[in-house]
Design a protein around this ligand. Structure first.
Ligand SMILES: [Zn+2]
Length: 300
């Protein structure tokens, strides 16, 4: 906690809070690489772990298929994380939007809707497989229509059917699929990673970050001294909260407020302290589990 107060930069990236109510501390900017292009660098901040996982999975596709177009990397998080326009998550450096791989002759652009006619199923599957096997992926949002193409391709390659049923949502009864449908994810892939290091550091630093005012807890208060002529409805509007919330926070039974008196205004905070960080073991296909277990200790 002393290092959080005095030398926070020395701690490396911290993923604080949860995906939808979090911040990123000491974020790292992802830069263009040999096989990928970053679409909006100012919104391409993540943790070291997230960026390394991405590079690893993209590079793995290019190793298998040397002639592959660049992966387009969309938003990760803002420099300090927190709310990112038009996204529900992308707040703590562990989320990223990515292009699909498209067939060489198909004319495509960023956010092109992928379908059987233009999707490069082999390369996209190679990418998804690498995420599953070589990274701590938490989930991957891919439309059902595309899951179907990928899973059939994987089965045709001889991948283990039980493993595929476990990781895909499409045509399976998996209780916790990693590859899930979410509307709109036929134009891009959304990936969220577990970050064993950055999440644990974020959890440990949370209390000190709140105490020092660097982050706000989920609910916090602003104090407002009522001026002559103020009415409760207008005060509520000014702070973007409901009349009811102000009444509750101050034990008011009516909407009467008094000039000169100070009231507590409850504000929506940003950062939720997660519970204990638990990173589940990677869910590996039976054929690769032996090889990957050997590599696991230093990569975790
Ligand atoms: Zn996204």
């Amino acid at each position: 906690s002393r290092r959080v107060r005095e030398d926070i930069a020395s701690l490396g990236p911290l993923s604080v809070g949860i995906g939808g109510k979090g911040v990123l501390v000491n974020g790292v900017q992802m830069e263009d690489g040999p096989h990928w292009k970053v679409m909006e660098p100012s919104l391409a901040y993540g943790t070291t772990e997230t960026i390394d996982y991405l590079k690893r999975a993209i590079t793995s596709v290019n190793r298998q298929f040397p002639d592959t177009h660049e992966m387009l990397v969309g938003h990760l998080s803002a420099k300090r994380g927190g709310h990112l326009r038009s996204h529900k998550s992308h707040q703590s450096g562990r989320d990223v939007d990515l292009s699909y791989y498209y067939l060489p002759d198909s004319r495509w652009r960023w956010y092109q809707r992928a379908h059987a006619g233009n999707l490069d199923v082999a390369r996209t599957w190679a990418f998804v497989r690498s995420l599953l096997v070589e990274t701590d992926v938490m989930f991957i949002f891919i439309n059902t229509s595309i899951q179907r193409l990928l899973k059939k391709h994987a089965l045709a390659l001889g991948e283990d059917p039980e493993w595929l049923d476990d990781v895909f949502e499409w045509d399976s009864k998996s209780s916790w699929p990693i590859i899930r449908h979410s509307p709109g994810h036929d134009t891009h892939i959304h990936v969220r990673f577990y970050n064993p290091v950055a999440q644990e550091m974020g959890r440990r630093a949370y209390g000190t970050l709140v105490a020092s005012g660097r982050i706000k807890p989920p609910t916090f208060y602003t104090y407002y001294k009522v001026k002559k002529g103020d009415i409760l409805g207008r005060v509520a509007k000014k702070f973007d909260v409901s009349v009811r919330d102000i009444q509750k926070a101050n034990g008011l039974r009516s909407t009467t407020i008094m000039a000169g008196k100070t009231y507590r205004i409850p504000r929506k905070g940003h950062v939720m302290q997660p519970g204990k960080i638990r990173i589940p073991p990677r869910r590996l296909p039976p054929s690769t589990s032996a090889a990957t277990q050997v590599a696991a200790p230093d990569s975790r």
